[in-house]
Design a protein around this ligand. Structure first.
Ligand code: FDA
Length: 308
C-alpha cells in the first residue's frame, strides 16, 4: 500500500496528466466525489447544506504553486469574494488557504502580504483564515508567516495553522503554537516525505497524532482534529471525557465526500464537526492526494461510473 500511496502522490505532480484531466468531462465527473463543483456558487450551496445538517465548513478554492504575481492576486480575489458571500449569506464557514497559491514560491513577502489582507478582511467580517500546510520544505516559512500575522494588531485569533503528525518536528511546533495562543488543525499529513523528516511507519504517525491531540485538547485554545480514523477519534473523545474537556471546546474536521456517516454520527453525539469543502477547476493534485490516502477509492469511483 505505501507504494500505491507514493505512486499517486508522484502522479499528483504530473503536469501533462493534470492538463488533460482538468479539461476532460470524465475527469470533472470523477472528481465530483471529493470536490463540491467548479464555481463559488457550488461551494456556497454545499456549505449551506452542511450547515443545515449542523456542520461547520471550511472552503478551499483549489489551486497551488502559482507562477506569477497576477495569478496569486487572482487566487486571493476568489477568497475575498468568498468572505463577502459568507458574511452576506450568514454561513457558518471559514476559509482554508495554501500559501503557494498566494505566491510563496515566487516570494515569501508576496504570500505574507496577500495572507495579511485576507486575515484583515476575515477580521472585519468576524471570520477566520486557516493556512493549510504543504510539503516539509515549506513548514518553517509557513509557521513564520502565521506567527508574524497572528502577532499583528487586530489579527490575534483570526489566523490559524495546520500541523502534520507525520513530521518529527511537530511536537515542538505544537508546544510553541500553544504558547503563542495560535489555533491548530492537526492532521496526519498528505505529502511524500523522506525518513529524515517524517515517521515512515503509519503506526508511529498514529501514535504521534494521539499524543499531539491530547496536548491540543489540554490547552485552553479551540483546535481542530482533522481525521477520518475512528481510532484517533475514539482516543480524542476518551481523553476529553476523562479530563473534563467539554465538547464545545474543540472540533473534528473531515473532508467533503469522505465518511459522511461518521460526520453525521459525531453531530448526533453532540460534537462540533467542520467539513473541508474544496471547489474550483484546479482539482487534479487535490484529487490525486485523496486517491493516495485510500487507493480503494479508485475502484469505488470506477464502480459508480459504471453504474451511471
Ligand atoms: P488514514 O489515512 O489513516 O485513514 C483512516 C480511515 O479514514 C481510512 O481507513 C478510511 O476509512 C478513511 N479515509 C481516509 N482518507 C480517505 C479518503 N481519501 N477517501 C476515503 N476514505 C478515507 N494534509 C496536509 O498535509 N495538509 C493539510 O493542510 C491538510 N488539511 C486537511 C484538512 C482536513 C479537514 C482533513 C480531514 C485532512 C487534511 N489533510 C491535510 C489530509 C490529511 O493529512 C490526511 O492525508 C487525510 O486526512 C487522511 O488521513 P486520516 O487521518 O483520515 O487517516
Amino acid at each position: 500500500m505505501p507504494l500505491m500511496r507514493s505512486a499517486f502522490i508522484a502522479l499528483s505532480h504530473n503536469k501533462t496528466l493534470r492538463h488533460i484531466a482538468e479539461r476532460s468531462r470524465i475527469g470533472v465527473r470523477l472528481s465530483s466525489r471529493f470536490i463540491a463543483g467548479m464555481e463559488i456558487d457550488d461551494a456556497l450551496r454545499v456549505a449551506e447544506a452542511r450547515n443545515k445538517e449542523g456542520m461547520a465548513v471550511t472552503l478551499d478554492s483549489l489551486g497551488e504553486s502559482v507562477t506569477s504575481e497576477r495569478e496569486a492576486h487572482q487566487a486571493a480575489e476568489v477568497y475575498h469574494r468568498l468572505l463577502d458571500a459568507l458574511a452576506e449569506r450568514k454561513l457558518n464557514a471559514n476559509i482554508s488557504v495554501k500559501l503557494t497559491q498566494m505566491g510563496l514560491g515566487l516570494s515569501p513577502e508576496l504570500a505574507e502580504t496577500i495572507a495579511e489582507s485576507l486575515a484583515q478582511h476575515a477580521q472585519s467580517a468576524g471570520n477566520f483564515v486557516r493556512i493549510d500546510m504543504e510539503d516539509s520544505s515549506l513548514t518553517q516559512v509557513t509557521l513564520d508567516i502565521v506567527r508574524r500575522l497572528h502577532a499583528r494588531p487586530g489579527l490575534r485569533g483570526v489566523i490559524g495553522i495546520v500541523i502534520q503528525a507525520y513530521l518529527y518536528r511537530s511536537q515542538a511546533d505544537v508546544e510553541q503554537l500553544i504558547a503563542d495562543d495560535i489555533r491548530v488543525r492537526l492532521c496526519k499529513g498528505a505529502y511524500n516525505e523522506p525518513a529524515e523528516v517524517a515517521f515512515p511507519r503509519k503506526a508511529d504517525v498514529d501514535s504521534n497524532f494521539i499524543r499531539l491531540s491530547c496536548m491540543l485538547l489540554d490547552s485552553p485554545i479551540f483546535h481542530g482534529l482533522a481525521t477520518h480514523d475512528e481510532t484517533m477519534i475514539a482516543e480524542a473523545k476518551s481523553f476529553a471525557s476523562q479530563h473534563g474537556i467539554d465538547r464545545s471546546r474543540f472540533e473534528f474536521q473531515m473532508l467533503y465526500g469522505v465518511r459522511r456517516d461518521l460526520q453525521r454520527q459525531l453531530v448526533r453525539d453532540g460534537y462540533n464537526v467542520r467539513v473541508y469543502v474544496p471547489f474550483g477547476q484546479e482539482w487534479y493534485p487535490y484529487f490525486m492526494r485523496r486517491l493516495a490516502e485510500r487507493p480503494a477509492n479508485v475502484l469505488f469511483i470506477a464502480k459508480n461510473m459504471l453504474r451511471q
